[in-house]
Design a protein around this ligand. Structure first.
Ligand SMILES: CC(C)(COP(=O)(O)OP(=O)(O)OC[C@H]1O[C@@H](n2cnc3c(N)ncnc32)[C@H](O)[C@@H]1OP(=O)(O)O)[C@@H](O)C(=O)NCCC(=O)NCCS
Length: 225
């Protein structure tokens, strides 16, 4: 299964009534500076800046699993990125931390014999949000899952709206409310709209004050398997 694939898709994005040319493609060395800038804009304080990508991590992504290193460009400007690795996933032991699975974002844990594409990060620059770019990136990664004949796409979603309701709701109750549509969470509602379904809640998933360090493991199954 060591098949390496390249992704390239160009189309138009409608932003403020105008159509702009857009491309989803694999990222490479020339994109690193802009990718780190995207992280800085997407994860401002109190999010720890040492969790933003550094060049060494980005280099490791394109060395270990270039097929899982995707970015989206709008009118020549990098607007967002989505990064993954392959793992063997055991549904009977779903609990883990982001650091364990992603090797702290370096993805040296990438297993080319794995059955699951695991999302390390998705980020879209604030000025390009709510245009559907995040969903398009996720759909591009579904294409990669199908192309590589993997069972599923998986990843832990932050639940940044939870700190506002943590006094009254347990993490499980919060997710139930988000799934039923009564509460909107900036990340979990987005992942639901992308077709991802919650499997379990992971404690101490990632250092993230807004989510009280919780993450929700969310799956999309390859419809052909
Ligand atoms: C989560 C994130 C990647 C979403 O990116 P995005 O490009 O804004 O995603 P989309 O535009 O596809 O969807 C976002 C929302 O915009 C809405 N939307 C999409 N196209 C739209 C349009 N043309 N007009 C109005 N709304 C639109 C979607 O319905 C969606 O609503 P939802 O919140 O109910 O799901 C982005 O908010 C982000 O980078 N957040 C910070 C980083 C982060 O927390 N990443 C997740 C780590 S687990």
């Amino acid at each position: 299964m060591d098949k390496q694939i390249q992704y390239y898709s160009d189309f138009y994005i409608n932003a403020n009534g105008k159509n702009a040319p857009a491309v989803i493609r694999n990222y490479d060395k020339n994109d690193f500076e802009q990718l780190i800038q995207i992280q800085a804009e997407c994860f401002p304080p109190p999010f720890p800046s040492d969790l933003w990508w550094n060049e060494e991590q980005l280099m490791s992504h394109i060395q270990h699993f270039p097929a899982g290193a995707l970015c989206i460009e709008v009118d020549g400007e990098l607007a967002g990125s989505l990064t993954g690795l392959m793992i063997k996933f055991d549904p009977n032991h779903p609990e883990h931390t982001w650091e364990e699975v992603t090797d702290n974002g370096y993805i040296r844990t990438h297993d080319s014999q794995g059955d699951t594409l695991y999302i390390v990060d998705i980020s879209v620059k604030p000025k390009f949000r709510k245009l559907g770019l995040g969903k398009l990136l996720m759909e591009a990664m579904y294409h990669v899952v199908i192309q590589l004949n993997l069972k599923r796409l998986l990843g832990g979603g932050r639940m940044p709206g939870y700190h506002r309701l943590a006094d009254t709701l347990s993490p499980e109750e919060y997710i139930e409310e988000v799934v039923s549509g009564n509460v909107k969470d900036p990340v979990i509602s987005f992942l639901l709209r992308c077709g991802r379904k919650p499997i379990t809640i992971c404690k101490n998933y990632l250092e993230d004050n807004e989510s009280l360090n919780y993450g929700v493991l969310m799956e999309w199954k390859n419809p052909f398997i």
